[in-house]
Design a protein. Structure first.
Length: 165
């Protein structure tokens, strides 16, 4: 399906971006430690940039784990259900996550708009550093709804194939 291909490509892009951010975080923190202990000079820009990058890693990473289903899940109850119950519970969970994503998008935009001030060393808007929240929320909604629809389609097409045989 086209939506599955689009979601897989989007998740790969997010994973690559997250991996690059992790590499950047490693460099920033390493530079900060080197500058502080070897050069005896604090690098405040590296500290601020490290904080921003950690925020982005956590929030972007959360959206991509939804698509790959590599997030933490409590499946003790769901795994004991019959196959149709499992599918319906997971679809319900997908749509619940999509609802949370919509909430996160709305309030993420408000967060970006309400936070004023600038990072002292970087001289960039603190509010704009949180733009990752609504961006990730859009990805959460896209991935969650797509997962739910694909689960339903797979389940009902499997049910039809079983009943027609």
């Amino acid at each position: 399906m086209k939506i599955q291909t689009f979601c897989e490509a989007s998740a790969r892009i997010v994973n690559m971006a997250t991996a690059l951010l992790i590499a950047a975080l490693t460099l920033f923190v390493s530079w900060q430690v080197f500058a502080r202990y070897v050069l005896n000079a604090g690098q405040f820009w590296a500290e601020e940039l490290s904080i921003i990058v950690m925020i982005w890693i956590g929030i972007l990473g959360a959206s991509s784990t939804l698509w790959s289903e590599s997030h933490i899940g409590l499946n003790v109850f769901v795994d004991r259900l019959p196959e149709t119950g499992k599918v319906m519970a997971r679809v319900f969970s997908d749509f619940l996550i999509a609802g949370f994503g919509i909430y996160l998008f709305i309030y993420g935009l408000q967060l970006v708009n309400k936070i004023t001030g600038t990072w002292s060393a970087l001289r960039i808007s603190i509010g704009m550093t949180y733009i990752v929240v609504p961006v990730s929320a859009v990805l959460l909604v896209l991935f969650a709804i797509s997962k739910g629809v694909l689960r339903l389609a797979a389940h009902f097409s499997a049910s039809q194939n079983t009943s027609s045989n």
